[in-house]
Design a protein around this ligand. Structure first.
Ligand SMILES: O[C@H]1[C@H](O)[C@@H](O)[C@H](O)[C@@H](O)[C@H]1O
Ligand SMILES: [Fe+2]
Ligand SMILES: [Fe+2]
Length: 294
């Protein structure tokens, strides 16, 4: 697979000079700033509760156990679209910006990207599937608790970075007090590449592994986006950069571009799922087998 060129989208304007592409909004669906975890609002306490558990329970050990449990792909066979429909029932309790069903978030993100990158169909599909791993919350998939599926991610086995949301909640995590993990680069080597890190368990890692297992033909930048889109302190704050290798450095600009649409397309504008279905099904057909092992 050829190495990607950097993302550049074409700005197109109408006669009056009005921008026609995706426009970043001023505030989220609740009229608040995006990703503000510390201001009062409808979702504040639900979100805090999710992070309280997430930061206490995501340890090096528990991540190993969750990997063993979920990476044998014995939860059944299902197509991508079928799985996306299951997300109709699911609301993410880590997200201060959104409370519409997840399938709409997928389509909102994908359609926003499609506006600016009309010819990069792999990018549309990547957006459409990026949060599919949240099906782990569904009863058909064993109904994992929210703390083990959603929220920002971070590596385990090395110190928790100060810029992670609700960082002080790591005081309840045993790894914070374990000298194997809490100093220097922990169990990892500098420059080892993100692929070597054990990330906190959640929908990113699961979906990334599902794509690998089922041999999706999406390009490497798609795999990278899915794998690390919740690793906000890395792609937005520059934390954990000492683990990067050359491949990560090449991929990062795509993830940062993706993030703009993932975050800022969240709105209450409803999408017409049935109308969009044929287009996304054609992309699924191009890059995935009919049925996947989950
Ligand atoms: O609340 C959000 C949401 O769950 C996203 O899907 C995830 O990617 C984010 O990083 C997380 O913080
Ligand atoms: Fe996500
Ligand atoms: Fe998302």
């Amino acid at each position: 697979m050829e190495m990607p060129i950097l993302p550049v989208h074409s700005h197109h304007c109408d006669e009056g000079g009005q921008e026609l592409g995706f426009v970043v909004p001023e505030s989220n669906a609740f009229g608040k700033d995006f990703r503000s975890y510390y201001t009062e609002g409808e979702r504040k306490s639900v979100v805090e509760e999710t992070y309280r558990k997430n930061h206490a329970y995501q340890t090096f050990e528990s991540v190993q156990r969750m990997r063993e449990k979920h990476l044998c792909f014995n939860k059944g066979e299902m197509g991508i679209w079928e799985c996306a429909e299951l997300l109709n029932d699911i609301v993410d309790e880590s997200d201060p910006d959104l409370d519409v069903p997840q399938i709409e978030h997928l389509l909102q993100t994908a359609e926003a990207i499609r506006k600016d990158y009309p010819d990069q169909d792999w990018f549309h599909l990547t957006a459409f599937i990026h949060d599919l791993g949240k099906v782990l919350l569904h009863p058909k998939f064993g109904q994992s608790p929210q703390w083990a599926v959603v929220g920002d991610t971070f590596p385990v086995g090395c110190p928790f970075d100060k810029s992670i949301v609700h960082h002080q909640m790591f005081l309840n995590n045993p790894d914070t007090w374990d000298p194997k993990y809490n100093t220097g680069t922990g169990i990892y080597q500098e420059g080892c590449g993100f692929e070597k890190l054990f990330m906190s368990w959640g929908h990113d890692e699961y979906m990334y592994q599902v794509m690998k297992e089922n041999k999706s033909t999406l390009p490497p930048q798609a795999y990278f986006i899915i794998h690390y889109h919740s690793f906000y302190v890395m792609h937005q704050e520059g934390a954990y950069m000492h683990f990067m290798n050359d491949l990560d450095r090449q991929m990062l600009p795509w993830l940062q571009e993706f993030n703009k649409y993932d975050l800022y397309s969240k709105s209450t504008v409803r999408t017409d799922v049935e109308k969009l279905k044929p287009y996304y099904q054609s992309l699924i057909h191009k890059y995935f087998p009919e049925k996947l092992r989950w």
